[in-house]
Design a protein around this ligand. Structure first.
Ligand SMILES: Cc1cc2nc3c(=O)[nH]c(=O)nc-3n(C[C@H](O)[C@H](O)[C@H](O)COP(=O)(O)OP(=O)(O)OC[C@H]3O[C@@H](n4cnc5c(N)ncnc54)[C@H](O)[C@@H]3O)c2cc1C
Length: 289
């Protein structure tokens, strides 16, 4: 990895001066775990102080010089200075990262954006809804709930996936079930493994939720179409529009509202989101919500 090291070191050289929010830091991969055929969870060691300032729902720009960067949400925020990102390999940057192994280095900058309004959820019932790799940004919320369980009322987690092969964090479900009610559904079964959960759309799981929608706060992350149907169904059940939060994905470059790639009718998804109150983004013409 002589080439890799020198490219990273080259990009670490910078003019002396004040804090630069665009300056990437070197991060070392300490563990890589397969979630399924195209999603892996990467554990990264970054410099002092980095993860302590991060909040659930925020994201980092991850990349490699000469390859590119991708915005990726935190899937784990460790107190030991290590963080986790769970990434589906789809294109240039994410496929490059997919080939990295324990000990590899990449560049990381962040944390950026606004996360889930966990403070506002304290003392209330909380509904978490995650579709596909959308479970990744919800995982730090689950961990915070498990750590401070008494701070919240009833908690229900709904997980949806296109099929059973695509589920992520499967070895953690039983621990989560001790702290909250967990309902799982897949559009179709493709493996021959025993299946104890449900088959069908994630919206159908809403009928199994016992908490009253009008008293609950909901965090929703997944494909935009799924978020639209979940939010509309919750509103019909009496949820207040202000109690629903969604995490949006848009193409991003700078991450700090300077380049304009993620502009979204008066706001920037990177700076003002990616987590938004549903009522702020509902009905915007370039989105499905
Ligand atoms: C705030 C935020 C958080 C995210 N968190 C995660 C995460 O935790 N895990 C994860 O796997 N992915 C996440 N993503 C999506 C991830 O950023 C994209 O998959 C990634 O940028 C693709 O980069 P690439 O260079 O590998 O692909 P490219 O070569 O740039 O593109 C490959 C394909 O993906 C499409 N694409 C690229 N970026 C986006 C995007 N933002 N939205 C829709 N389509 C896109 C392209 O049009 C192209 O078809 C997040 C995106 C955002 C904005």
């Amino acid at each position: 990895m002589r080439y890799a090291t020198s490219r990273i070191e080259e990009s670490q050289e910078h003019a002396p001066g004040s804090f630069n929010p665009l300056k990437p830091m070197k991060a070392v991969l300490t563990d890589v775990r397969d979630e399924n055929s195209d999603v892996k969870t990467y554990r990264l060691k970054v410099g002092d102080g980095f993860s302590r300032s991060a909040a659930a729902g925020q994201f980092n720009m991850l990349g490699y010089p000469g390859i590119g960067e991708a915005p990726i949400s935190f899937s784990g925020i460790g107190e030991d200075g290590e963080i986790e990102h769970t990434i589906r390999a789809v294109g240039m940057a994410t496929r490059f990262i997919e080939r990295m192994r324990k000990g590899s280095e990449m560049l990381i900058r962040g944390p950026y954006g606004r996360g889930w309004p966990l403070g506002a959820a304290k003392g209330k019932d909380l509904l978490l809804v995650a579709g596909g790799v959308g479970l990744a940004p919800i995982r730090p919320v689950i961990r915070q709930i498990m750590k401070n369980r008494a701070d919240f009322g009833e908690v229900t987690l709904l997980i949806g996936s296109r099929n059973d092969e695509g589920l992520i964090f499967t070895n953690e479900y039983s621990a989560w079930q001790k702290a909250m009610s967990v309902e799982i559904t897949v559009d179709e079964l493709v493996t021959k493994k025993p299946w104890n959960y449900r088959v069908g759309l994630i919206t159908a799981l809403l009928n199994r939720v016992k908490m009253k929608a009008e008293n609950a706060v909901a965090f929703i992350c997944g494909p935009e179409l799924m978020m639209r149907f979940i939010c509309r169904a919750l509103l019909l059940k009496g949820a207040a529009a202000g109690s629903l939060s969604v995490s949006l994905e848009r193409r991003m470059r700078c991450g700090i509202a300077q380049c304009g790639h993620c502009q979204h009718v008066g706001f920037f998804v990177c700076r003002d989101g990616p987590v938004f109150p549903y009522k702020q983004v509902e009905g915007l013409f370039d989105g499905l919500l």
